[in-house]
Design a protein around this ligand. Structure first.
Ligand code: 5GP
Length: 150
């Protein structure tokens, strides 16, 4: 548990461009957007990573994520969306409070190249996906251990 900048935003101690709020969740526009409409969905529970999040707050996030995504997609005209969720610094997490990125993507356009000059200054989101292999034996062994904990 931590008192991150997002806890301060949730308490209203720091300004944000809030686009949604209910008892469990807020959503704000990201201050350093990777594309037009880049937003953060943040459970109010001060968990650092998703494995610390209660079922109640996880369910609350899941309930609103599609709805907020739909609204952002409609407003921006995005042709696709990435939902990104970083847990731990090794995964690129900077703010130590669980949050889900909603990152609009645009066909035939640099991700953050939009009409506004503020979206013309960077490469936006770049994903490098380099898959390995999984044998049936490895899958059985790994799956057995994971299932035991669920
Ligand atoms: P992370 O790398 O932790 O997954 O992403 C943190 C995100 O929070 C970044 O995209 C960053 O731009 C955003 N962010 C950090 N501080 C603030 C802030 O004070 N206000 C808003 N709206 N976004 C923030």
């Amino acid at each position: 548990m931590t008192d991150s900048i997002f806890s301060k935003i949730i308490r209203g101690e720091i300004d944000s461009h809030k686009i949604y709020e209910d008892d469990f969740v807020i959503a704000i526009l990201d201050i350093g957007p990777l594309s037009e409409g880049h937003a953060l969905v943040i459970p109010k529970e001060p968990a650092v990573t998703i494995d610390e999040l209660s079922d109640e707050h996880a369910a609350a996030v899941g309930r609103v994520l599609p709805r907020i995504t739909r609204a952002i997609k409609k407003v921006t005209g995005a042709t696709a969306i990435n939902i990104l969720q970083n847990n731990g610094s090794d995964a690129g997490q900077v703010v130590e409070h669980v949050h889900f990125h909603i990152i609009p993507r645009f066909k035939d356009r640099g991700e953050n190249v939009q009409g506004s000059p503020s979206f013309k200054n960077g490469p936006g989101l770049e994903l490098n996906w380099n898959p390995g292999t999984l044998t049936p034996e490895e899958a059985l062994e790994l799956g057995k251990h994971i299932k035991r904990l669920l």
